[in-house]
Design a protein around this ligand. Structure first.
Ligand SMILES: [Fe+2]
Length: 441
């Protein structure tokens, strides 16, 4: 399905995008690792899974052969598939590129914290995954700006050695950048990890993939390949959605590159979604988005500011605990903050855009930046984060730097749920557009 024109178009767009991407010089990136498909056209490839509802899982994969049925067989013992489900399929075109058959099959209800074995299309390899637990503790792996380089392989290798429950990705997945075969390569690259644990993603700028005159519609590859559970949270777009984990954590995935002003569908959906969260039942509230609202790196300065101005107030008033972002290829952790000031009732902001992308690290931090006093730790190294929500009041965050072949804990902190703070209790009469409680540190 790879046409010469498709590849040529991809490399031209690589060049154009790299010219306009940013105003600073990045160090040499890691080498891109192309992952090829060496099996038959009917053999399922690029298998990945994502959580759906309280007890379901969506199994997604691709076949070059359009006749392979969208069926998943599964069970709790290897090779013994006593359950099956049939799903849907889609495909897309991008200039001369035509995707394979992209299958999405919802399976369940599934038992929590249980290993299931499964096979796609009635012919594929056996895979297995573990469902998240029904109660705390639960552990997230969090990686932004992943790509498919040697650094990505190092990051995923470290993540794969831990028994995490779910992976959260705040945007920039494949860095295909219109070169569509790189999406296929990326799907094969991450399959050993993404077929074993649910990967919950939101989009970054590298997922937009519009091209002047030739392809004006954004996010076509991303939406077709990485379908998330947006309908279940009342969203009308795959670009923003939410879900609950372990009956105690509400995770909101926002879109930095779709409308977010107060008249937008995303904003209206967010306000409704926040209003539905019962913090008595769900003490933790976590948000992911791509372009940071707080950032002292010289890269991508100000790019998240319009979204911050539009959405910071409702998130603050809802007492969001932590906001994970990507885009800047470095690590940075801020204190609790609201409206550019330290605020003990505001969310912690963490930039985790250091997964391993092809563009290299963003090494330059601005010592004179207006937010520098809010920034507690910053470092330009590749790595990943882990958030272990231990109980209803405490969670442990750690950042794991890739030190050659080792993974080193380079930052760690205990977080207290804002729901447990008497000083930060919300006044229900204020709703989510009420006057913010300003309680500076
Ligand atoms: Fe980005």
């Amino acid at each position: 399905m790879t046409k010469p024109w498709s590849l040529a178009l991809g490399f031209i767009s690589f060049f154009l995008l790299s010219l306009g991407a940013s105003g600073f010089t990045r160090p040499a990136p890691g080498r891109i690792m192309i992952t090829r498909h060496n099996k038959s056209e009917s053999h399922p490839q690029q298998v990945h899974i994502s959580a759906v509802g309280a007890d379901g899982m969506r199994i997604s994969w691709i076949t070059d052969d359009k006749h392979v049925p969208s069926i998943v067989e599964y069970g709790k013992a290897p090779g013994k598939y006593d359950m099956s489900a049939t799903g849907e399929h889609t495909s897309y075109r991008y200039f001369f590129y035509a995707s394979g058959k992209i299958h999405h099959v919802k399976i369940g209800p599934l038992e929590p914290d249980t290993v299931y074995y499964y096979r796609c299309g009635g012919v594929g390899d056996e895979h297995s995954f573990k469902t998240p637990p029904a109660t705390l503790p639960v552990e997230f792996a969090i990686i932004g700006d992943l790509g498919q380089t040697e650094w990505t392989a190092s990051t995923l290798g470290h993540v794969g050695k831990t028994n995490y429950d779910m992976l959260l990705l705040p945007g920039d997945l494949s860095y295909a950048d219109t070169n569509q075969p790189l999406w296929d390569s990326f799907g094969r690259f991450v399959e050993p990890y993404a077929s074993k644990r649910p990967w919950m993603v939101t989009e970054g700028n590298h997922e937009i993939e519009t091209f002047p005159i030739l392809h004006s519609h954004p996010f076509d590859a991303y939406n077709a390949r990485w379908r998330m559970q947006y309908e279940e949270s009342g969203s009308t777009s795959n670009l923003y959605y939410s879900f609950d984990v372990a009956g105690a954590i509400h995770v909101i995935m926002l879109g930095s590159y779709t409308d977010f002003d107060s008249k937008s569908d995303q904003y209206k959906w967010l306000v409704k979604d926040l209003a539905k969260v019962d913090r008595g039942q769900t003490p933790w509230l976590i948000v992911l988005l791509h372009a940071p609202w707080y950032n002292t790196n010289t890269a991508h300065q100000g790019e998240g500011e319009a979204m911050r101005k539009a959405m910071e107030s409702p998130l603050y008033n809802a007492r969001v605990d932590v906001i994970f972002v990507g885009h800047v290829h470095a690590y940075e952790r801020f204190t609790r903050v609201y409206d550019n000031k330290a605020n003990s009732c505001g969310p912690v902001h963490i930039t985790i855009g250091d997964g391993g992308n092809r563009e290299g690290l963003a090494r330059d931090f601005d010592e004179n930046h207006k937010s520098v006093s809010l920034s507690l730790l910053r470092e330009a190294s590749f790595g990943h984060g882990r958030l272990k929500v231990v109980n209803r009041t405490h969670a442990h965050w750690s950042w794991h730097r890739n030190d050659d072949s080792d993974s080193t804990v380079a930052d760690e902190v205990w977080l207290d749920s804002l729901n447990a703070s008497e000083a930060c209790k919300t006044d229900p009469s204020l709703g989510y557009s009420g006057t913010p409680v300003v309680d500076e540190l």
